[in-house]
Design a protein around this ligand. Sequence first.
Ligand SMILES: NC(=O)C1=CN([C@@H]2O[C@H](COP(=O)(O)OP(=O)(O)OC[C@H]3O[C@@H](n4cnc5c(N)ncnc54)[C@H](OP(=O)(O)O)[C@@H]3O)[C@@H](O)[C@H]2O)C=CC1
Ligand SMILES: CCCCCCCCCCCCCCCC(=O)OCC(=O)COP(=O)(O)O
Length: 325
Amino acid sequence: MDFTSTVIIPLLFGSLGIFALFRLLQWVRMRAYLQEAVVVITGASSGLGKECAKAFHAAGSKLVLCGRDSEKLKELVQELCAVKNHRKNTHEPHTVVFDLSDTKTVVNAAEEILKALGHVDILINNAGISFRGTIVDTGLDVDKKVMETNYFGPIALTKALLPSMIKRRQGHIVAISSVQGKISIPFRSAYAASKHATQAFFDCLRAEVEQYDIEVTVVSPGYIQTNLSLNAVTADGSRYGGFFVVAHETGEDSLGLLLLHCLDTFWRRCWGGEHHKHTQEGAHRCARGAVHTNLHVHTQASCFDTLTFLSQQLSYRKKEVSAHV
Ligand SMILES: NC(=O)C1=CN([C@@H]2O[C@H](COP(=O)(O)OP(=O)(O)OC[C@H]3O[C@@H](n4cnc5c(N)ncnc54)[C@H](OP(=O)(O)O)[C@@H]3O)[C@@H](O)[C@H]2O)C=CC1
Ligand SMILES: CCCCCCCCCCCCCCCC(=O)OCC(=O)COP(=O)(O)O
């Protein structure tokens, strides 16, 4: 009997067994937590919000689906109710229609939610719009619109629901931010600013409400192919109406150039330009990867994966998630 077979192997398998048991318990706890939980999802009619609705509905949560288009929300309710789950007790979702950029309607919506369901366990501030334009050409009204939708709307809803969470000493508030809540890229000023503000606000909130056992999670995804680009507002306030390709650049691989620019600025700031050539090559590779990922990998399925990941993180009570998809 050598040391390996008497000590190392039993220790290894023992640790693996304990780890597997721990993960299983976490999973069971997550399912129990989500079952019957009241979950409010803004921007439920499309993209991440819609996938989120599917994930939480399947987990047995009581959903409140929010958006501006009542028809789209009704269709989603039908779609969700059509999926039969024999192992789980699922609930018909409620819908609440309001425009996040109109803070008065947001407060009314919060009242409607509390009246209908009594309380909120999880609030997912997901709705948002994108922006594409140069700072010099963009009217302040456009900056305000993006800020109202992506920042003031979500914080108004959060503030309106917070007292009831504090009273119960229970709740989980999620803000879907973006990598752009941490790094700003050109031609996205209003969007990046709104996401930086979101990150800052919810970081403060987390620190303030920890004493009431309320959790705050900021999720920062990379690009995912949804209708976000299509519905982006442009410098004059009109709808962008296109997909992914950045209109402001002259090269054929415009997103690549955009990334190159960011990386280049980043490295130059750090190393004073010495690594410029080396960085350009690396950045080209990175940019090609990014473009490839956007066009071919980021399907609705990966959207779902992101949200499944999120729902796991919710129950694991992790403070912050960076979802790189
Ligand atoms: N897709 C991506 O690459 C990434 C997205 N994100 C973030 O994820 C979130 C969801 O985006 P995504 O799913 O991609 O985009 P979609 O465009 O697919 O969905 C956006 C949702 O927001 C709702 N919405 C937009 N404006 C308003 C408003 N004024 N009032 C109420 N609801 C509104 C829309 O509902 P309706 O129009 O029916 O009212 C829609 O349901 C956003 O916050 C976005 O910034 C973050 C990083 C990457
Ligand atoms: C070691 C290098 C670090 C520096 C790398 C900088 C690279 C910058 C990356 C920028 C990533 C952007 C991710 C964006 C996520 C997001 O919110 O996507 C949606 C939008 O941006 C809005 O949609 P649109 O298609 O209109 O841009």
